[in-house]
Design a protein around this ligand. Structure first.
Ligand SMILES: [Fe+2]
Length: 199
């Protein structure tokens, strides 16, 4: 059977939505932020769309993580965290096998790498630009939304945290994200107002 790119993407996203709805919603938010950051960085339309699609699928490998680990309400044990850290590799494996989507592999595989080499799975210090954008937006979204075992931070606090990790994150992208949040406060601040969080 011949599947085109759009059809493959929607199959994968439906699988993610059915497997773990929170990760699906997170992926949609990260994709919107990443597109807007790419736009702020004046990337061309083809690059912006590739970053949007890569961000939509950045956590697709989590469909291979046992649900008792993925949806665990408490902090993960060291062993469980080691299993969780396999998701970029699983995601890359999925995309590599689906030829029309294989050009998105690097964004998925490297979105947890950090510029100081403290990330995973490889501890790289040179990271593709798309993965750097997703890394910043992914971390921001994780910080500004409640996790089972910790409360959400405000957008201001999250940007501040990203600034303090200046060795880990591309600070040009952190500034671009800050501008995106400020200029789209209504869009990106909406579900945060209920937490009393605004920027
Ligand atoms: Fe991830």
């Amino acid at each position: 059977m011949n599947y085109d790119e759009e059809k493959l993407m929607s199959h994968l996203l439906i699988s993610l939505r059915n497997y773990h709805y929170e990760t699906y919603k997170h992926s949609i938010r990260v994709a919107k932020l990443s597109y807007n950051v790419a736009n702020m960085m004046r990337l061309n339309m083809k690059e912006k769309i590739a970053i949007y699609k890569g961000a939509l699928l950045h956590d697709i490998g989590k469909v291979m993580i046992p649900i008792n680990i993925l949806a665990k309400p408490d902090k993960l044990t060291e062993l469980e965290y080691d299993v969780m850290k396999l998701h970029p590799i699983y995601g890359a494996d999925i995309l590599e096998a689906l030829t029309p989507l294989s050009y998105l592999t690097s964004t998925v595989l490297y979105h947890h790498e950090r510029l100081d080499g403290t990330g995973y799975p490889y501890g790289l210090k040179i990271i593709p630009f798309g993965a750097q954008i997703v890394a910043v937006c992914d971390s921001f979204d994780a910080m500004t939304n409640d996790r089972q075992y910790r409360k959400a931070k405000s957008a201001i606090e999250a940007i501040q945290d990203l600034r303090e990790c200046d060795a880990k994150y591309n600070q040009m992208l952190v500034s671009a994200l800050e501008n995106v949040i400020k200029t789209n406060a209504k869009v990106f601040g909406k579900n945060r107002e209920s937490n009393g969080i605004a920027i």
